[in-house]
Write a protein that binds this ligand. Structure first.
Ligand code: SF4
Length: 338
């Protein structure tokens, strides 16, 4: 099991969380024994390539992995509430009210034939939030203003298709925030947007975390976005977190060869290209076909540079490092050139 990274005041506690799917070929594990905590107001970037399990991990925190997926954990808590022990009815209340999900395709989550105002006020009615229709309307307008939509009253009258992609994403965030959740799972919420709108949405999420104390788990394939927004980063590969730490530490001194390779493939914004532009050779393994030992070994430059040591093929690497910054590699901190 990977070491747990403790937030100072845990809002979310995850220990030994796994997600499995029953398939015709047998049980396939997509998330494997993940542990971490998140503090109030903290933004954690969860980064990795496709098939790393990051979106499934995000959904599992909501207990919303679709069937036949099965989430298990030693502990899964939001403050002192045990999320594993909740019934489906209780979970429906927790979702939206305490944990919100904001996804990449905001339009797909909206009703195309209902105005934005009706959609947002319906959330308040569905969760039996006290207040008259007028008070709900005023609260919806405030929520739209808070995500800095110009002329919120006009937006209330509009249908989703009448808004730009950036406005739709702001509405989705306003919908997520209207019940003042403690935790937002933001799954690639800016990927489809142009760079300017992307920067605005990231700034918005940052200010929401700072002003409301909302914890945000920001799922992305893009380390540059994590650098922009995150307090902490968790790098995921083949169902596991392979490196975790404060963003500035991980970017300054990445310890896992996979993190180093991801960082080496980044072009600095507005700066000189790095001396080496490393694409990571090969593909990440699919769930169910993870290699034994270290799952990154078939693609690992350090493994090759060290003459393919046997322990990388036979032994699962444990976390090495201090409590705040660690990497799951037998040779964490050693460079490929050694
Ligand atoms: S344990 Fe071995 S194969 Fe895995 S990342 Fe470290 S050096 Fe590479």
């Amino acid at each position: 099991m990977t070491d747990i990274v403790e937030a100072t005041v845990p809002l979310v506690t995850v220990r030994g969380l796994s997600v499995e799917f029953a398939t015709q070929e047998g049980t396939v594990r997509a998330v494997d024994d993940v542990s971490f905590t998140a503090g109030a107001g903290e933004i954690i970037g969860l980064v990795g390539e496709s098939a790393s399990g990051k979106s499934t991990l995000g959904l599992s925190l909501l207990r919303a992995v679709p069937a036949p997926g099965r989430t298990s954990a030693e502990e899964l808590r939001l403050e002192d509430r045990d999320l594993l022990g909740l019934s489906e009815t209780e979970l429906r209340t927790v979702r939206s009210a305490e944990i919100a999900l904001v996804v990449q395709d905001a339009l797909a989550t909206m009703n195309p034939v209902t105005t934005i105002g009706e959609q947002i006020t319906r959330i308040l009615r569905d969760h039996a939030v006290p207040g008259t229709r007028r008070e709900h309307r005023e609260r919806a307008i405030r929520a739209l203003g808070e995500v800095r939509l110009p002329d919120p009253e006009d937006v209330m009258r509009r249908y989703p298709h009448e808004l730009s992609g950036g406005m739709q994403q702001r509405v989705a965030i306003a919908q997520g925030l209207i019940l003042e959740p403690k935790l937002i799972i933001a799954d690639e919420p800016t990927t489809a947007l142009d760079v300017t709108v992307q920067a605005q949405i990231l700034a918005l999420l940052k200010s929401i975390a700072a002003t409301h104390g909302t914890s945000i788990i920001f799922v992305t394939h893009d380390l540059a976005t994590v650098a922009e927004i995150g307090d902490r980063v968790m790098v995921m590969y083949a169902g596991r977190i392979v490196e975790s730490g404060p963003v500035k530490d991980v970017f300054r001194s990445p310890e896992h060869p996979y993190t180093r390779a991801l960082l080496a493939s980044l072009l600095p914004l507005g700066g000189e290209p790095p001396a080496r532009l490393d694409a990571i050779p090969g593909q990440p393994p699919r769930p169910g076909s993870w290699p034994t030992g270290c799952r990154f070994s078939p693609r690992c430059p350090l493994y090759r540079a060290k003459g393919e040591p046997e322990q990388c093929r036979t032994h699962d690497p444990r976390a090495r490092g201090d409590g705040s910054h660690w990497a799951a590699c037998h040779f964490a901190t050693e460079e490929e050139s050694e």
